[in-house]
Design a protein around this ligand. Structure first.
Ligand SMILES: Nc1nc2c(c(=O)[nH]1)N[C@H]1C(S)=C(S)[C@@H](COP(=O)(O)OP(=O)(O)OC[C@H]3O[C@@H](n4cnc5c(=O)[nH]c(N)nc54)[C@H](O)[C@@H]3O)O[C@H]1N2
Ligand SMILES: Nc1nc2c(c(=O)[nH]1)N[C@H]1C(S)=C(S)[C@@H](COP(=O)(O)OP(=O)(O)OC[C@H]3O[C@@H](n4cnc5c(=O)[nH]c(N)nc54)[C@H](O)[C@@H]3O)O[C@H]1N2
Ligand SMILES: [Mo]
Length: 758
């Protein structure tokens, strides 16, 4: 859907260099391509630095998307316009290169499709949009908030749907904005990785991964349900380097992914049965005395009980039947993995989006631990880390206005991800609802209902589950305000839309949940049109609220994004990153000074201080104490349905940009030729993918990369196509997540559907 009064953007003003780099990336056969263009000069690190003619102002940026790589970017600006960008060469992780999405970034701020002004829609979904001033938009919202306050006596009728559109640290000011208004309703939790987070917390007491750069010293690498060729392209160079030094790489995935195609060995596991596979390997390692006795004696508790469980419940033959990998292969790899020192497993997030996902991650952790590979450089059960490095979270931590009321007492569910106030000392707290069941909880919430939903850094209609239920949930809302850059499907279902800046138009800071680098994000260009950053929007709302009723909002009425970025730093950060001041980051990203191996001192943060094969905490949270196999979700339709992440986009972002569209113009579903033959479907046919929740009409592509019994579509938002995978994905929870993230995860890949020719 395009904006009604769409004036043209600034197409054509992004330099040809930028376009050449994008094309070259696509043409490159390697996965991590540095994009030579201009005069090349080899650098010591092996990266290539590009030397340009002068005349550019160079700015430091950082990709704020929800991605392992969180790339450090150098932005080249002339006359106030971005001409091209490149990966920062100073970061040994980004090493001068970007990904296909990154090279297309210059199309984003200048896209003619951008939301340019605040607008209101007469009748959701009608397309009857009208431009309004910021003042009028804020007036409408503020008045609605006062109406809610008058009707309910609280602001619990205001809900926030925010997740990962922009992870810049100052953007937690959106949560801060809600706090500054009073006690509200928060959709909390995460669809990404919560089952695995809990699993690692039960086993080790925290989630903390080795520096990905140390994978070069691994002798054996298993990529288990992870596809870094698409999802973390900068990590791939370490895999290649390890292999050059003799390491072997095995990929375990139901799909023959691009990284599987590059591996030494690929196991096409039956979806959702990885726990059986891991335990089968563990049984073999145990029986053949290949485990690290010293490590488990010194650093772990519960190994005896785990061994007894393996002996009584698990056999290699059973595991082979369950997961579809021949017993002799399981034996061979178990032997090789246990003998290679160090050996590591990269545990992907796709693998734990199952009703047994947490149990699976615990079984895989156990395999790494029993072979003595936890705490070792080049080893590790790598999942991700939750290091916030000690930033002040100044934008997040705001105060409620005096006299604000909410849910009496402390918030009941409060994991580390619940960014709300509600400590024991306060009389009231926010109402906490599960983000992974957004539609359901909005439908259920009463007393008061959610009346106004504020959507920011989130696209519920593309990314949340059970779209038909979402339509009903939105019907219940009295007002929907969406803050975004493009007219996506959520904006279509909103009453008010507010234009937000892109990363190039604001200051912030970015850190990764994978590598150890830190980047600042400078404002490289002036905000386009009438766009404001998320925190400037909060300030504008505060101004209006206080103009109408003094003291109704504590958020400052004026803020400067640069000043707010500076407020996030402290001496601890400077010491950790060995910098004098944040200004040093203008010279390029810096890396935390710490040991590359997580748990290198074997001081685990579990209740026992040891690695816990047997976890009483897990038991208290309703799970098995041991990493036992959990039976997969029962099928509810003919074939398995997988909707993983795309190479060309990150969730609902990037696929709408013109350059991306040239190479990825329309959605498709992958079907195995045998499945297609059974259904009378030929390559290129339009098909219906359907189940009890809804249906998607899409073009079929036949491919042997997908399993015979699976339907595979990539999650994405195409601006000129109603394609939406959430029509056929329900909101069933995964087993774990509630302990650390406040809410269970969601079994995105435990879905089933049928397919028919249209
Ligand atoms: N079927 C299926 N569903 C999935 C998944 C799957 O694999 N399959 N994956 C899940 C996972 S892992 C995740 S992380 C979620 C991601 O879900 P979301 O966090 O919703 O993902 P995005 O589409 O990246 O971003 C949401 C919106 O933020 C906007 N945005 C970008 N920058 C800014 C900004 O600075 N301010 C504001 N206000 N908005 C901004 C974007 O334009 C976009 O519309 O999806 C989940 N949903
Ligand atoms: N290009 C690109 N990069 C991204 C993203 C993106 O959308 N696009 N998203 C970012 C985000 S938010 C995230 S969370 C990360 C991580 O992204 P992931 O969640 O790891 O990515 P997916 O590709 O959805 O899933 C990884 C793999 O898990 C496999 N899988 C699914 N079920 C099973 C199973 O039962 N067993 C096994 N062994 N494998 C299974 C899928 O087939 C897939 O190949 O990537 C980040 N990077
Ligand atoms: Mo994610």
């Amino acid at each position: 859907m395009t904006q009604p009064d769409n004036t043209s953007g600034i197409p054509g003003r992004t330099c040809l260099l930028s376009r050449r780099r994008f094309l070259k990336y696509l043409l490159a056969t390697g996965v991590v391509a540095s994009m030579p263009c201009g005069l090349l000069r080899p650098m010591k690190s092996g990266a290539e630095e590009i030397v340009y003619e002068g005349g550019y102002d160079i700015f430091r940026n950082a990709c704020p998307r929800n991605c392992y790589d969180t790339c450090s970017i150098k932005t080249f600006v002339k006359d106030g316009v971005i001409h091209f960008i490149e990966g920062a060469p100073e970061s040994t992780f980004t090493r001068g290169g970007l990904c296909v999405k990154g090279y297309g970034y210059t199309r984003r701020p200048y896209s003619p499709d951008r939301i340019k002004y605040p607008m209101v829609q007469e009748g959701r979904g009608t397309g009857n949009w009208k431009r309004v001033s910021w003042d009028e938009a804020m007036d409408r919202i503020a008045k609605k908030l006062f109406e809610i306050q008058d009707k309910d006596g609280t602001l619990l009728g205001m809900g926030l749907s925010k997740y990962s559109g922009n992870f810049g640290i100052t953007n937690y000011g959106v949560e801060g904005m809600l706090t500054s208004l009073g006690y509200t309703t928060r959709l909390t939790g995460t669809p990404c990785w919560p089952a695995g987070i809990d699993a690692q917390n039960f086993d080790m007491g925290d989630m903390w991964c080795n520096d990905p750069e140390d994978m070069v010293s691994a002798r054996y690498i298993i990529l288990w349900g992870a596809n870094p060729a698409w999802n973390s392209v900068h990590s791939v160079k370490y895999l290649y380097a390890a292999r050059e030094r003799g390491a072997k790489i095995l990929v375990i995935d139901p799909i023959l992914t691009q990284i599987a195609a590059k591996a030494d060995e690929f196991w096409q596991v039956k979806t959702s049965t990885d726990g059986a596979l891991a335990l089968g390997m563990a049984r073999y390692i145990l029986d053949n005395d290949l485990y690290d006795k010293e490590w488990v004696t010194d650093n772990a508790i519960g190994f005896k009980e785990f061994a007894a469980y393996l002996k009584s419940e698990i056999t290699v033959e059973w595991a082979a039947r369950e997961c579809g990998i021949p017993a002799e292969n399981i034996v061979k790899v178990a032997q090789e993995f246990a003998s290679a020192k160090p050996a590591t497993i990269w545990i992907g997030y796709g693998l734990q989006r199952h009703t047994n996902g947490g149990a699976t991650v615990r079984a895989i952790d156990a395999l790494v631990a029993m072979t003595g590979n936890v705490g070792k450089t080049g080893g590790g059960a790598r999942y991700g880390h939750l290091q916030t490095w000690g930033f002040n979270y100044h934008a997040l931590l705001q105060k409620q206005p005096e006299g604000a009321k909410g849910v009496p007492g402390k918030a009941e569910v409060k994991g580390d991800f619940t960014f709300t106030t509600g400590d024991a000392a306060v009389a009231y707290s926010d109402r906490i609802l599960n983000i992974n069941k957004t539609a359901q909880v909005i439908l259920e919430a009463d007393d008061p209902p959610v009346r106004l939903l504020w959507v920011s850094c989130k696209n519920p209609f593309s990314q949340d589950f059970d779209r038909n239920k979402m339509v009903k949930a939105f019907e219940k809302l009295e007002m929907v305000v969406t803050v975004d850059q493009f007219f996506n499907q959520t904006v279509e279902m909103s009453d008010i839309v507010l234009p937000v800046t892109t990363l190039f138009e604001e200051w912030t800071i970015n850190a990764s949940y994978w590598h150890y680098w830190l980047s600042i994000n400078e404002q490289a260009i002036q905000p386009m049109y009438e766009a404001k950053s998320n925190i400037e929007i909060a300030a504008a709302l505060s101004q209006k609220m206080n103009a109408l009723k003094r003291g109704s909002c504590t958020f400052p009425a004026e803020i400067d994004t640069r000043e707010w970025m500076v407020k996030e730093f402290n001496q601890g950060i400077y010491d950790l990153f060995e910098i004098e001041s944040w200004e040093d980051l203008k010279n390029g990203p810096v890396k935390a000074k710490m040991h590359p191996a997580s748990w290198h001192d074997f001081k685990f943060k579990t209740p026992s201080g040891k690695y816990e094969f047997k976890s009483e905490l897990a038991e208290q949270w309703g799970h098995a104490a041991l990493p036992e196999y959990k039976i997969p979700r029962k099928s509810y339709d003919s074939y398995r349905l997988l909707t993983p992440h795309s190479k060309f986009g990150i969730h609902s972002q990037f696929i709408n940009l013109d350059w991306t569209e040239e190479f990825n113009p329309k959605p498709f579903v992958y079907l195995h030729p045998k499945l297609a033959t059974e259904k009378g479907i030929r390559d290129g046919d339009m098909v219906r993918v359907f189940n009890t929740y809804g249906e998607v009409t899409v073009t079929a592509k036949l491919s042997t990369v997908v399993p015979r019994d699976a339907i595979v579509m990539y999650e994405a938002w195409f601006r000129n196509n109603p394609y939406n995978v959430q029509n056929v994905v329900d909101d069933t929870s995964s087993d774990m997540g509630a302990f650390k993230t406040g809410q269970p995860g969601v079994a995105i890949h435990d879905q089933f559907a049928d397919v028919a020719k249209v």
